[in-house]
Design a protein around this ligand. Structure first.
Ligand SMILES: NC(=O)c1ccc[n+]([C@@H]2O[C@H](COP(=O)([O-])OP(=O)(O)OC[C@H]3O[C@@H](n4cnc5c(N)ncnc54)[C@H](O)[C@@H]3O)[C@@H](O)[C@H]2O)c1
Length: 254
């Protein structure tokens, strides 16, 4: 029970890495606020946690909106008494060359992937600072925040920004008991990746190519990302702040 007595907010908690992390955090004893735009899926994850004997609730949250970020954090404090862990994981990709990307698409990827974490962290930090135990903030960045990928310039820019946001906040709040890190998944089998593959001319071939391109010869799983996220937000990582941890099966070692 690595997170016994802790409270956590997880964004993008309805599917993929966020869902796996919310389930794992709850298994480890955390009371979890799940935030997402997919209501039915998010409510189902919260109810699975409750049925398994845990504590959780879902709140519809569009992380591109400042007020939604503030509401989800306030809900955690009102309902569970404190805010120990903020996991800003929600994200969208934009697999398009820059000249083909519209104003709206560029705004969306930056609003969800960068402004969301900025708004959430801005609201969380004063709350965590007032707590004697401080708190932990984790952002889901990506391997594309560490090394570039073809055909996704706006997405790469957004994830690079999140890596540096984690490092900058880690320095600013290192003496306040607030740790801030970034998780950098490689190619992970989630609904986001399946949508990406389905959009290619030959989805089955694309899927095989993704696996073949990995040093381990396979994709990562949401559960493997959740295990790394758990470690980063747990007291086991108490001297770890300002890092961008690749969970990529060796991809960024190439
Ligand atoms: N799957 C991969 O290969 C991979 C690799 C690197 C990084 N990532 C990152 O991991 C994170 C999770 O992605 P995933 O792979 O689990 O994909 P996913 O699509 O399964 O999950 C993303 C979740 O975010 C939610 N979401 C999207 N826009 C939102 C918004 N405006 N407000 C609130 N919630 C919103 C979605 O509803 C969904 O539940 C993302 O930040 C993504 O960029 C994924």
């Amino acid at each position: 029970m690595l997170l016994k007595e802790k409270t956590a907010v997880v964004t993008g908690a309805s599917t993929g890495i966020g869902r796996a992390s919310a389930l794992r955090f709850a298994q480890e004893g955390a009371r979890v606020v799940l935030a997402d735009i997919q209501d039915a899926e998010g409510a189902a994850v919260a109810s699975a946690i409750v049925q398994a004997g845990g504590t959780a609730c879902f709140i519809r949250t569009d992380v591109s909106r400042r007020t939604d970020n503030e509401r989800m954090i306030d809900l955690c404090v009102e309902r569970y008494g404190r805010l120990d862990i903020l996991f800003c994981n929600a994200g969208v990709n934009l697999p398009k060359l820059l000249p083909h990307s519209s104003d709206e698409e560029i705004d969306r990827v930056l609003e969800v992937n960068v402004k969301g974490p900025l708004y959430a962290a801005r609201h969380a930090i004063p709350i965590m600072s007032r707590q004697p135990e401080g708190g932990v903030i984790l952002f889901t960045a990506s391997k594309t925040g560490l090394v570039a990928q073809r055909d996704s310039p706006a997405y790469c820019a957004s994830k690079g920004a999140v890596v540096l946001l984690a490092k900058a906040l880690a320095l600013d709040y290192a003496t306040c008991g607030i740790r801030v890190n970034a998780l950098c998944p490689g190619i992970i089998d989630t609904p986001m990746l399946r949508r990406f593959a389905d959009a290619s001319p030959e989805p089955a071939a694309a899927w095989t190519e993704y696996s073949a391109a990995q040093p381990m010869g396979r994709l990562g799983t949401a559960e493997e990302c959740a295990a790394a996220a758990l470690w980063l937000v747990s007291p086991e990582a108490s001297f770890v702040t300002g890092i961008a941890l690749p969970v990529d099966g060796g991809f960024t070692a190439m």
